[in-house]
Design a protein around this ligand. Sequence first.
Ligand code: ATP
Length: 202
Amino acid sequence: MRIGIFGGTFDPIHLGHLILAEQCREQCQLDEVWFVPALIPPHKQTHTISPAATRCAMIEFAISGNSAFKLERLELERTGPSYTVTTLEKLHGDDPNRELFLLLGADSIHDLPTWREPRRILELATIVAVNRGRESFDQQAVQRQLTDRIGAINPRICVVSIPGIDISATDIRSRVREGRSIRYQVSRSVEAYIHEHSVYHL
Ligand code: ATP
């Protein structure tokens, strides 16, 4: 099984996330993409993050009907900080025959050398480097970056290109607060959930 791992805050999950996941699934021939919402400790919060149960409910609505998409709660069940390497070790340990693919945008790839045990991350997973819109990097550039900065030997990389979709969770939250439309930025079910449960309404 080829499994894509897609981490984020998902507050809320929006169509940019879903398009990214679907394009990675298709372009890297993944069997499944697992959405892994992060546990955000209070001292790391830049805004009030919705409770994990709310973020998970929205993910479940957004991915329902797509049998290739799954919600994986393991980071929410941990007490300590969510390190990517710990997540990958656990998923690999659960089933070593799984092939793991870590979905990362250009910013995250740039930051990867500062993460805990980056070399181990590259041993555990193929990096899916997502080119968004006008950003452009090719396989060799990513390979060079990871080899030079992390000292990885032959990191596995899959480059995926997706159209630039200018949707952000931050913007969606402020739209809801201001009573503006979020239609076509999130799925209908997520939009309904946000309004029914007054998520982001002050
Ligand atoms: P926020 O605005 O709260 O920072 P966000 O919309 O960037 O949130 P995250 O939950 O942080 O959402 O997203 C997880 C990952 O999804 C990001 O690291 C980024 O790679 C990707 N992502 C976010 N928005 C988009 C988008 N519009 N198109 C493609 N990928 C996106």
